[in-house]
Design a protein around this ligand. Structure first.
Ligand code: F6P
Length: 557
């Protein structure tokens, strides 16, 4: 590996290019390829203390990653040479870090306190967010405590209609914090344009007692507008248009489109802004359904948890900065050790939505092949992010994690104190989490396996069994423990990954805040759809033409 051109200076398209001697990291990667993680622990008994830190309600442990003191120093130096602190400051200052769209990314201002000072751009964003929170609070209180004030009967159900960043975060937060919001309405999420779920919801819910919240930053997303239209018609049919309008809310940066499509009145439109990307928007009015479920106090606690991590990210030196730690580990695994995927395994059913949320956060942000100056990247950027809840995952794909040909770094996420009294269950859950990360690292070599097979008389069979039953081990993982799963810890966890994603992008020299790659498929879908109605459509290739003909023939039959 030669020299890497890296972006330095302030983020955005004014980045200047400089040279970074990549041979240092290449030599550490080559050296560590031959080193066993258990050996690193033997050499340095204080390794856990060195590579783990507490941050508010979180404990982050990267000691089971393939790093040692020298490699870590080199990685930290690289972070400094990529101007991570400068870029972070530019992010908080509201500079146009989203260079391709010339926009800032000020999601941190959404969770700022009233008196958190900053640049004029920051203060303006903070004030807009505060004003929005006040409006949200009034609506949330009305819906939960005095619906008559806004012309509604008791609301038992809310349907949140949105997709991607307008869905993953609120869906995750509602599931993770279910039961912690007192007597709020049940919130249902509708993202996919697949009519099955919508049909089921309309059969099950009582329109009289249901609110519909349309969440779309652009208010141009096909799935959301189509689903929203069907629900609006459903309300109108059951209650008439005036009552339907009382039950319809929108969260959008395009109020004009919301007014035009649904004749919504301004009191029922909550704002979004261009300075917040969809996948970073949970903290805005996109979280309105969460606030309805949890109550405004609970929602503010979520913001407070995230703010705690913002402060840490902003103030901690690189060597103590946990988003920087996680980003360096990801970059190290992907760019230098060739680990093409990254598995997220939360050991808590309430966090079932976390892998999907992080998949969008990291892959939509950092799934880029050119840098923000338009030049191709020199090294791989984002890994494939995937995963599911443990211990179920152990009975699905952990076999491949232990003995497969690919090494897949895992993030284990656990909750120390449960919200139930079934302690034996919780001990079993945590024991599984700890056991898996230990087993992935330790493995069991052929010699040890051989010894367990003393009863096998045939040496050839014994050798073959020993080979099949041995675990290579040396498979890296990070563990993040939450004290308990509450609004603060969830807010902190998600903000930690948000900033990790930003730093990872900075190490790669890419812009994490745009998503041009999603647009092509979106626009093609709308041009192909007339073909399903039997009208002339854009048919991009012969395969699509064949598939369209097949579908049309079956639909006619
Ligand atoms: O999934 C692609 C995407 O563009 C995301 O970035 C965004 O969160 C989602 O669509 C929904 O967009 P909108 O909030 O504008 O409906």
């Amino acid at each position: 590996m030669g020299r890497l051109a890296e972006n330095r200076g302030s983020p955005g398209n004014d980045a200047v290019s400089t040279e970074f001697d990549s041979s240092v990291l290449a030599s550490h990667a080559a050296r560590l390829a031959g080193v066993r993680l258990v050996g690193l622990f033997e050499q340095e008994p204080t390794r856990f203390a060195r590579f783990s830190r507490r941050l508010g309600p979180l404990l982050v442990d990267v000691s089971k990653q393939a790093i040692d003191g020298d490699a870590w120093q080199a990685l930290l130096q690289h972070a400094a040479s990529c101007a991570v602190p400068l870029r972070r400051d530019a992010l908080f200052a509201g500079e146009p870090v989203n260079a391709s769209e010339q926009r800032p990314a000020l999601h941190m201002a959404l969770r700022a306190a009233r008196d958190d000072e900053g640049t004029p751009a920051w203060c303006e964003a903070r004030d807009q967010a505060q004003a929005c929170l006040e409006r949200m609070a009034a609506l949330v209180d009305a819906v939960r405590k005095a619906p008559g004030v806004i012309g509604l009967p008791k609301i038992t159900d809310v349907v949140s209609v949105g997709i991607g960043g307008s869905d993953f975060g609120p869906r995750l937060a509602c599931a993770a914090l279910a039961g912690q919001g007192g007597s709020g309405p049940a919130v249902h999420f509708l993202a996919n344009v697949d009519g099955g779920r919508l049909d089921e919801l309309m059969r099950r819910l009582d329109p009289e007692h249901t609110l519909v919240v349309l969440v779309s930053k652009s208010f141009g997303t096909q799935e959301t507008l189509l689903n929203g239209g069907v629900l609006y018609e459903w309300l109108c049919r059951a209650l008439g248009s005036e009552q339907a309008h009382r039950r319809l809310f929108a969260v959008t940066a395009n109020a004009e489109a919301a007014r035009a499509a649904f004749a919504l009145d301004d009191a029922r439109i909550l704002p979004m802004w261009d300075f917040v990307g969809g996948r970073y928007s949970l903290w805005s009015a996109v979280g309105f359904p969460v606030a309805l479920a949890l109550g405004m106090d609970g929602f503010r606690r979520l913001l407070a948890g995230a703010r705690q991590v913002d402060r840490h990210f902003r103030e901690a030196p690189l060597e103590e900065n946990l988003p920087v730690w996680l980003a360096l580990v990801s970059w190290w695994n992907r760019a230098w050790l060739g680990r093409a995927s990254h598995c997220i395994v939360p050991y808590d059913d309430r966090l079932e939505g976390l892998p999907g949320y992080l998949q969008q956060l990291e892959m939509e942000s950092n799934g880029k092949r050119v840098r923000s100056d338009g030049e191709p990247v020199a090294l791989p950027t984002v890994p494939v992010v995937w995963g599911s809840v443990g211990s179920n995952a152990q009975h699905a794909y952990f076999q491949a994690l232990h003995q497969g040909t690919d090494v897949v770094p895992v993030d284990f996420i656990g909750v120390v104190k449960p919200d139930h009294a079934l302690d034996e269950n919780h001990r079993a859950l945590l024991a599984n989490l700890l056991a898996q990360s230990a087993a992935l690292m330790r493995g069991r070599d052929e010699a040890a396996t051989w010894a367990t097979l003393a009863g096998v008389a045939d040496p050839a069979l014994r050798r073959s069994l020993a080979a099949q039953k041995a675990f290579p081990g040396n498979r890296p993982s990070t563990t993040i423990l939450l004290d308990r799963l509450d609004p603060e810890s969830l807010g902190a966890l998600l903000a930690l990954y948000e900033h990790k994603t930003f730093v990872h992008a900075t190490l790669c020299g890419i812009n994490p805040f745009d998503q041009w790659g999603v647009e092509l498929g979106k626009s093609l879908a709308s041009r192909i759809e007339p073909g399903l109605r039997g009208e002339t459509a854009v048919v991009p290739d012969a395969s699509t033409a064949g598939l369209l003909a097949h579908i049309r023939a079956l639909r006619k039959a």
